[in-house]
Design a protein around this ligand. Structure first.
Ligand SMILES: Cc1cc2nc3c(=O)[nH]c(=O)nc-3n(C[C@H](O)[C@H](O)[C@H](O)COP(=O)(O)OP(=O)(O)OC[C@H]3O[C@@H](n4cnc5c(N)ncnc54)[C@H](O)[C@@H]3O)c2cc1C
Length: 473
């Protein structure tokens, strides 16, 4: 790739006021949400339209300038920020915010990639529909970023991840052409599924500029509860019972360990719930009933009574109001912030077969505690999807550089255990720049070879988000 500095004047003229080069203006685009990676860039381009995106990418291809697509910059793995060479151009989709169409009969919504997730949810609600993708960053992350990372979140158990909620995409390819694949079709078997290649590709194959998304009916009522359990094994028994009793109305099943509740109480007291800090584990359950509030309440309370009588749960609190339900969710959503405020931490966004989670947590906890005395496990996540944020914090009062120096050894213990259980080292956050090397270690040679060939086909110049997902060759 060229190291000379191409002249930005043609881009500057085309992007009057929307091509940022002043360090004070570009700084927010160069550091990720975790503040773990800070890069440098020639400029930040802020397109308004798909044709703007295409013209930027064509310019980058012509001058061999790396393109780093960016949405809300809430990613967890450093995918949305450039490296420190200063050669890349950050392409921020944040100004592309049009809801292009809502079709309540086809149950679809088409939106520009820069729409914030909550804006998409609200547009669906205005049409009396539900767009069920939901995650704690939903007030800042964009639909383009959600698709580029194949985001998961708290509704996957019932509605699937971002991929399952997307029927079509519009993409600017690495040579600056526009592919309009905005099809609102549930059935379309016309060859290789290009949409599914761009989804989850983290900006390394092309730029998603718009998407056609699936909508669902709004539920008539929601019920939320926190239930205390003794262990992840007990949480799995509760999951099995809840799936039997609530079937498709079970829409949320999140587990958290005691330290999660304690850290929220310490650092975000407004979101604390005593039950979560007083029990080894607790589960946040949600049901969404299509019929009525009375029906929802009756089924939900029966389930909890049965779980209590069977000795699966030891305590429970059912939200009596929407405010209380929000309070339970606020507890869950504030864990990442509380963990970050507590200090140095190492995150593992892993998945294993649901049935293997209990043994995985017990064994891996024991191995880490033995090897790193005092290490603190902050375990939470989407148990119903087999996906845990199996995070660790430094021992109380310790931390800093010494703890972070152990990161490779800690990761090896966790990821070896994940591999042994037949799991994935990245369930929903992607690989970004954080897990490129580990992916090369744990994936099979044939998978890596096919991925490398796809990358070379879609991006022969290697300008699309280099160093993310795949190593630079
Ligand atoms: C508090 C918190 C909670 C979170 N909870 C969850 C969770 O429950 N589940 C989950 O999956 N994630 C979660 N995340 C991670 C993050 O929010 C998601 O990965 C989200 O989908 C990223 O969207 P974004 O718009 O911020 O993308 P960015 O961070 O800007 O980018 C992420 C990646 O996508 C690429 N990209 C962005 N936009 C485009 C585009 N239009 N075309 C092509 N490539 C693009 C970037 O290059 C980068 O590789 C959480 C993050 C935070 C801060």
């Amino acid at each position: 790739m060229s190291t000379s500095s191409p002249d930005l004047s043609s881009l500057r003229a085309a992007f009057a006021g929307r091509l940022l080069t002043d360090p004070a203006d570009t700084a927010p685009f160069l550091t990720d949400w975790r503040k773990r990676w800070t890069g440098r860039a020639r400029a930040v381009a802020q397109p308004d339209t798909t044709e703007d995106v295409a013209s930027v990418v064509r310019w980058c291809a012509q001058h061999r300038v790396p393109v780093v697509p960016q949405g809300g910059n809430t990613g967890m793995v450093g995918g949305s920020v450039p490296d420190d060479s200063g050669r890349a151009l950050v392409l921020s989709l944040a100004r592309m915010k049009r809801i292009r169409a809502v079709d309540p009969i086809n149950n679809t919504l088409t939106a520009d990639a820069g729409c914030i997730l909550t804006e998409v949810q609200q547009a669906a609600q205005q049409a009396d529909r539900l767009f069920p993708l939901s995650l704690a960053a939903e007030g800042s992350c964009t639909i383009g970023g959600n698709l580029a990372t194949n985001a998961g979140g708290v509704g996957v158990l019932r509605f699937g991840n971002a991929r399952d909620l997307c029927l079509g995409v519009e993409v600017v390819t690495a040579d600056g052409q526009v592919w309009n694949g905005l099809r609102g079709l549930r059935k379309d078997n016309t060859g290789y599924d290009l949409r599914d290649l761009f989804i989850g590709s983290e900006g390394t194959l092309g730029v998603i500029t718009a998407a056609t998304l699936k909508l669902y009916p709004q539920p008539a009522a929601r019920m939320t509860a926190l239930a205390a359990v003794a262990s992840p094994h007990a949480a799995l028994r509760l999951l099995e019972l809840a799936q039997r009793r609530l079937a498709a109305t079970l829409t949320g099943f999140e587990m958290m360990s005691r330290l999660c509740g304690e850290l929220v109480a310490r650092h975000v007291p407004s979101a604390a719930v005593p039950l979560a800090a007083a029990n080894p584990y607790c589960v946040l359950l949600e049901s969404s009933d299509p019929h009525s509030e009375a029906n929802a309440a009756q089924t939900f309370e029966r389930l909890l009574e049965e779980a209590f009588e069977a000795g699966i749960i030891t305590d429970a609190a059912v939200a009596a109001s929407i405010a209380q339900s929000r309070a339970f969710w606020a507890l869950r959503e504030n864990i990442p912030l509380a963990q970050a405020t507590e200090g140095d931490n190492i995150k593992h966004d892993i998945s294993v077969p649901i049935s293997a989670i209990g043994d995985f947590v017990e064994r891996t906890n024991a191995m880490l505690e033995q090897t790193f005395p005092g290490i603190r496990m902050v375990v939470f996540g989407h148990l119903g999807d087999g996906n845990l944020h199996y995070n660790v914090n430094a021992p109380e009062g310790a931390g800093g550089a010494r703890f972070m120096a152990d990161e490779p050894a800690i990761n090896a213990i966790v990821y070896d255990a994940v591999a042994q259980a037949g799991g994935s080292i990245s369930a929903e956050h992607g690989l970004g720049q954080l897990k490129v090397a580990e992916n090369q270690h744990y994936k099979s040679a044939i998978e890596l070879s096919l991925m490398a060939r796809l990358k070379a086909t879609f991006d022969p110049l290697g300008i699309m988000n280099p160093g993310k997902v795949m190593p630079v060759t």
